[in-house]
Write a protein that binds this ligand. Structure first.
Ligand SMILES: Cc1cc2nc3c(=O)[nH]c(=O)nc-3n(C[C@H](O)[C@H](O)[C@H](O)COP(=O)(O)OP(=O)(O)OC[C@H]3O[C@@H](n4cnc5c(N)ncnc54)[C@H](O)[C@@H]3O)c2cc1C
Length: 216
């Protein structure tokens, strides 16, 4: 993904930031489960992959200590690192790994801009209302709010609302509600932005924080 964005000169457009993800486990059970998955992952990696993976995990010194010692419960030094660097306390454990943050809508729009340049036709604000086969042939008729179009292949990318066009998926793919909150950073966060993205893992549920870089 990062290579694709850079090769297509979209890094600034999408506000790409290469960073680390820091997953903070807030309950004992959540930590035990994550820690177990982490060990299982290590156990299944081939030796050469393990070396490469470990190297990536240690790229930033600040995180290397955490990577080397996943179980932070008993470490005072790491507890203060958690509070000072990650601005979190009372976590049972932390797993950190390379990640990036970007503005997903701008990535979609940036790609669409580029493919329009090479001939793609985009019909925005045009819901597909019905799809039906054309006779016995390989074609389909897509009825939209602005007329109908015939085609041989259809890619469904309607996410949770797919059953409006494919009724056989009703009850199997259903939309659920998600929330996002945009906050003006406090003076401390504005002066010293988080240099990682944070996942706050509660076990069955999670929250996450991504601070937009101040240069944008
Ligand atoms: C609040 C919130 C925060 C999120 N944060 C993150 C995050 O930080 N990182 C991350 O990776 N993911 C995040 N996600 C998840 C991410 O947004 C989705 O996984 C992703 O957008 C799914 O992409 P998609 O293209 O499959 O579907 P969508 O982005 O939902 O696109 C589906 C499109 O199909 C269109 N459509 C539907 N029906 C029809 C029709 N009949 N005819 C024509 N068009 C139709 C819709 O209008 C929509 O534009 C978040 C989601 C939410 C709700």
């Amino acid at each position: 993904m990062i290579r694709f964005i850079k090769e297509n000169d979209l890094a600034d457009v999408v506000e790409l930031v290469e960073t680390r993800a820091v997953d903070l486990y807030m309950t004992e059970n959540a930590w035990k489960e994550a820690s177990g998955s982490f060990d299982a992952c290590l156990a299944h990696l081939k030796t050469q992959d393990l070396a490469q993976w470990t190297a990536r995990m240690q790229r930033m010194n600040k995180f290397a200590q955490l990577d080397a010692q996943k179980n932070v419960e008993e470490s005072n030094e790491l507890t203060s690192l958690l509070e000072q660097s990650f601005r979190f306390s009372n976590t049972y454990g932390v797993i950190s790994y390379p990640a990036c943050t970007l503005w997903a809508y701008k990535l979609a729009a940036g790609i669409i801009d580029k493919v329009i340049d090479v001939g793609l036709r985009v019909s925005a604000h045009t819901p597909a209302l019905k799809i039906s086969p054309v006779g016995d042939g390989p074609e389909w008729l897509v009825k939209t709010s602005r007329g109908s179009i015939k085609c041989r292949r259809i890619f469904h990318a309607t996410n949770g609302y797919v059953s409006s066009l494919l009724p056989e998926l009703a009850g199997k793919v259903v939309p659920t509600k998600g929330h996002v909150v945009v906050l003006q950073p406090s003076p401390k966060y504005a002066a010293e932005p988080l240099d990682h993205s944070a996942g706050v893992q509660w076990g069955e549920d999670f929250d996450y924080m991504i601070q937009r870089p101040s240069k944008w």
